[in-house]
Design a protein around this ligand. Structure first.
Ligand code: UT7
Length: 335
C-alpha cells in the first residue's frame, strides 16, 4: 500500500499587518495583556474584498513549484472560511492554479482541518484514488471575528500553507504516519458562529441574520483552553506510539498555534523542551486550518526544521475536533 510523502511545501501570508498597538488604539486591551496571555504580537490579514482562495492559490502555487512541477491529480482545501457557502472554494483554486478539471473538494474541521486533510490525502493515495494530492490549509479567519470582541480579535490572523503529497513508501523521509483523530460534539457550543447555517436559515427569512452579532465567531476561551491541552496531549501520545516512537524521539513539536500558553502546557505535559518546539504564534497568531502547514513551511525556511527531523503534529479546534500525526521532514526547497 502506498504512503503519502511530502514532495513540496509552500506558504503565503497576506502583506497587510495588524499589530498589538493597532488593536490597543481601538479596544480596551494592552500589548502586555496580549503578549503575556497569548504570545501574539502581529497578525497578517486579508485586504477588504480579499478571500481565502486568494491566499490558498498563492500557497498552492508555491507548493507545486517546491515539488518541481508535475501538477496534482486531487486538490483538497481545509478551511472554515470558504469564499462562499456555495460553491465550494477548492474548484476555483484548482482552476486558478491551471489544474483544469482536476477533482477538488473543501474539508471543514476547524483548526484541526489540516490534520483531517492529511488523513484524507493519505487515504486517497493508499487506495490509488490519487497519486499527487495538493493539500491546502487556508483561512481568512479575521473575516469571521467580531472586530469589537477583544477576547477573540486579538487571537486570529489570515494565512495559507500547502503540501504537495505524492505516492511513496512508508519508510521514505516525508512520509505521513497514521494520524490519531477525535471529535466531541457534546461541546459544540464552545466554539461557534451561531447564524448563517441551515439552523438559522430554516427559522425564516433572515430572522437571526438580522442580528449581525450572531454571524460572528464566539468562543468560550477558558473551557476551550482546557480541552485543547487535554486532547492535543492525549492524541500526541497515541500518534507517537502508533509510529513506534517514544516522546524522546520527537525532534520537533509542530502544534496548532492557538496560544503560546496552550503550546507550553502541551509541551510540558509531553516533556518536550522549548528547543524542540516550533512556533510562529508571535508573527502570525492563530491562522486556523493554515496553522500547521504555515508553521512547517516557515520553520523549514528559517532552518528551525531540518531534513531528517522527526516531527509530531497536533491540532485542536471547534467541533470539538482534534488530532495528531507524525512525519520525518524531507529534503525539499520551500516555495
Ligand atoms: O483555535 C481554536 C482553539 N482556540 C483556543 O484553543 C483558544 C483557547 N483559549 C485561549 O487562548 C484563552 O482562553 C484566551 C486567550 C482566549 C483568553 O485567555 P484567558 O487567560 O483564558 O482569559 P479569560 O478568558 O479567563 O479572561 C481573563 C480576563 C477577563 O476579565 P475578568 O473577567 O477577569 O475581569 C477578560 O475579560 O481577561 C479579560 N480579557 C482581556 N483583557 C485585556 C479578555 N480578552 C482581553 C484582552 N485584553 N484582549
Amino acid at each position: 500500500m502506498k504512503s503519502a510523502v511530502i514532495a513540496g511545501a509552500g506558504v503565503y501570508l497576506p502583506p497587510k499587518l495588524v499589530t498589538n498597538e493597532d488593536l490597543c488604539a481601538r479596544l480596551d486591551t494592552s500589548d502586555e495583556w496580549i503578549r503575556t496571555r497569548t504570545g501574539m504580537a502581529v497578525r497578517h490579514v486579508v485586504e477588504p474584498g480579499g478571500a481565502t482562495s486568494d491566499l490558498a492559490v498563492e500557497a498552492g502555487r508555491r507548493a507545486l513549484e517546491s515539488a518541481g512541477g508535475g501538477g496534482a491529480d486531487m486538490v483538497v482545501l481545509a478551511t472554515t472560511t470558504p469564499d462562499h457557502q456555495v460553491p465550494p472554494t477548492a474548484p476555483d483554486i484548482t482552476h486558478r492554479l491551471g489544474l483544469g478539471t482536476t477533482p477538488s473538494f473543501d474539508l471543514s474541521a476547524a483548526c484541526a482541518g489540516f490534520l483531517y486533510g492529511l488523513t484524507a490525502a493519505s487515504g486517497l493515495i493508499a487506495t490509488g484514488a490519487a497519486s499527487r494530492v495538493l493539500l491546502i490549509g487556508a483561512d481568512a479567519f479575521t473575516t469571521m471575528v467580531d472586530p469589537d470582541d477583544r477576547a477573540t480579535v486579538v487571537l486570529f490572523g489570515d494565512a495559507a500553507g500547502a503540501l504537495l503529497l505524492r505516492a511513496g513508501d512508508a519508510d521514505e523521509p516525508g512520509s505521513i504516519g497514521r494520524a490519531v483523530l477525535g471529535s466531541d460534539g457534546s461541546h459544540a457550543d464552545l466554539i461557534k458562529v451561531p447564524a448563517g447555517g441551515s439552523r438559522s436559515r430554516s427559522a425564516g427569512p433572515v430572522t437571526e441574520l438580522a442580528d449581525p452579532a450572531q454571524t460572528y465567531f464566539k468562543m468560550n476561551g477558558r473551557d476551550t483552553f482546557r480541552h485543547a491541552v487535554r486532547r492535543m496531549s492525549e492524541s500526541s501520545r497515541a500518534a507517537v506510539s502508533a509510529a513506534g516512537w517514544t516522546l524522546d524521539d520527537v525532534d520537533r513539536l509542530c502544534a496548532h498555534q492557538a496560544n503560546a500558553r496552550i503550546l507550553a502546557a502541551v509541551a510540558d505535559e509531553l516533556g518536550i523542551a522549548e528547543d524542540r518546539q516550533l512556533s510562529n504564534v508571535a508573527e502570525v497568531g492563530n491562522t486556523a486550518a493554515a496553522s500547521l502547514p504555515t508553521l512547517l513551511a516557515m520553520s523549514a525556511a528559517n532552518g528551525t526544521l531540518k531534513a531528517g527531523h522527526r516531527v509530531l503534529l497536533t491540532a485542536f479546534g471547534g467541533g470539538l475536533s482534534w488530532g495528531s500525526a507524525t512525519l520525518t521532514w524531507p529534503d525539499i526547497e520551500i516555495g
